[in-house]
Design a protein around this ligand. Structure first.
Ligand SMILES: C[S@@+](CC[C@H](N)C(=O)[O-])C[C@H]1O[C@@H](n2cnc3c(N)ncnc32)[C@H](O)[C@@H]1O
Length: 161
């Protein structure tokens, strides 16, 4: 089972809402790329000239996270709960998917990092900045597995073509 670590909810001094300026900068920096990808995917100018387009937007995160603050900002939003390391949407139902500051989260800690008798024991650390190469490789291997699952599941959900 996946363990999730929810962001601090609400609007207090220590909330995610008030401590995510860097994420906002990254979202702002990617806006043009996202807009171009949506226009390209929907072929908006060619096919839908003079037609009012309707969009449905889903936000996905773990169930424990604070969606209420999000919904106050985006009343049109819907939520999809669950892990992006598994299926979230029906087959071929999504035209465009965007992950914002999230896919670097691993599905789990590689188990050898928690084994005190293993050469890859990470001494209780949650980072590998000062760890040996075996620890780094264990994180890389987990990331590769997670990314393969992430892209395969999204590929099933995206409308082809
Ligand atoms: C740094 S926050 C980014 C939140 C938001 N997407 C943004 O751009 O501000 C990372 C988010 O990824 C979520 N997350 C981590 N692993 C996840 C998973 N396997 N499935 C769904 N959400 C996940 C966390 O719960 C957390 O809310």
């Amino acid at each position: 089972m996946t363990t999730s670590y929810p962001m601090n909810d609400g609007n207090s001094a220590y909330s995610y809402f008030n401590n995510s300026q860097r994420q906002k900068e990254l979202i702002d920096a990617s806006k043009d790329m996202v807009r171009d990808a949506i226009i390209g995917k929907l072929d908006v100018e060619e096919k839908y000239h003079n037609i009012i387009l309707e969009f449905q937007v889903f936000f996905s995160d773990h169930v424990e996270n604070d969606f209420n603050t999000l919904f106050r900002s985006f009343p049109y939003a819907s939520r999809v709960l669950g892990s992006f390391h598994g299926r979230l949407f029906p087959s071929q139902s999504i035209h465009f998917a965007h992950s914002s500051c999230a896919i670097h989260w691993l599905s789990k800690i590689p188990k050898e990092l928690l084994d005190e008798k293993s050469p890859t024991w990470n001494k209780g650390l949650i980072h590998y900045g000062t760890s040996n190469i075996d620890v780094v490789n264990a994180y890389i291997a987990q990331f590769e597995k997670d990314m393969e699952i992430f892209f395969n599941t999204r590929a099933e959900e995206i409308v082809p073509g």
